[in-house]
Design a protein around this ligand. Structure first.
Ligand code: DX5
Ligand code: ZN
Length: 215
């Protein structure tokens, strides 16, 4: 069994209410929200006005993924949304230990995200403090990209680190998740699958969410 966190980035932005209704009535566990600043990643997605509107109508816990520089500046604003999880990038956060504490103090779960080029071993000193590690399985910034194969090995390495250290962190993966990659990711040891285009691009998104959940 996997937790499933569909990524709103692949939804129809001209009619978000319809797509959020689809999520609300599905077996999805969370809703994944991708915030981009055009600096940390070469794209801009949406910001707080959109997140606030989404938070009002979404009945699933919010899994917020900040692809922005200095994400710790926004802890209070993300908490005010009622977010369940705040994911910050390892590469964007100089004082990661403090950021994790601040996220916890604000009442949220703390996730640390790794770009594809950042090795799992960089987490050795925070793995016991985080609630989740989000492994990017594409370079962040865009939906619909090709899965990076080396990610499978990183999931295995992270699973080994979690078991060795007694960490309670969940393993979430994000990018290029589809029918085929999802099976292999789940076998390698993931707990949470993010999927954008695979879910929102489907004629029957509920069926795809159920497929991912049952892996
Ligand atoms: C990419 C985002 C992802 C994106 C995934 O930077 O973090 O959450 O929506 O899209 P797919 O599932 O289409 O690769
Ligand atoms: Zn994401």
């Amino acid at each position: 069994m996997q937790l499933v966190s569909p990524s709103l980035l692949a939804a129809n932005f001209a009619n978000l209410e319809k797509d959020i209704d689809m999520i609300n009535t599905s077996n999805a566990d969370w809703l994944h929200l991708d915030v981009m600043d055009g600096v940390f990643v070469p794209n801009i997605s949406f910001g707080f006005p959109v997140l606030e509107a989404v938070a009002k109508i979404c009945k699933k816990p919010l899994d917020v993924h900040l692809m922005i520089v200095k994400p710790e500046k926004f802890v209070k604003q993300v908490a005010a949304l009622g977010a369940m999880m705040m994911n910050v990038h390892f590469e964007a956060c100089v004082h990661l230990n403090r950021a994790i504490q601040e996220i916890h103090d604000a009442g949220m779960k703390a996730g640390v995200t790794l770009n594809p080029s950042t090795p799992v071993c960089m987490l050795e000193d925070v793995i016991r403090d985080v609630d989740m590690v989000l492994l990017m399985t594409v370079n962040p910034g865009f939906g619909g990209q090709k899965f990076i194969e080396h990610s499978i090995e990183k999931v295995r390495q992270l699973r080994e680190m979690i078991e060795r250290t007694g960490s309670k962190a969940l393993i979430e993966v994000d990018g290029g998740v589809n029918k085929d990659t999802a099976v292999r990711l789940a076998q390698a040891g993931t707990d949470v699958l993010v999927a954008g285009s695979y879910v929102f691009g489907a004629d029957n998104p509920h069926e795809r969410i159920n497929y991912l959940k049952n892996l």
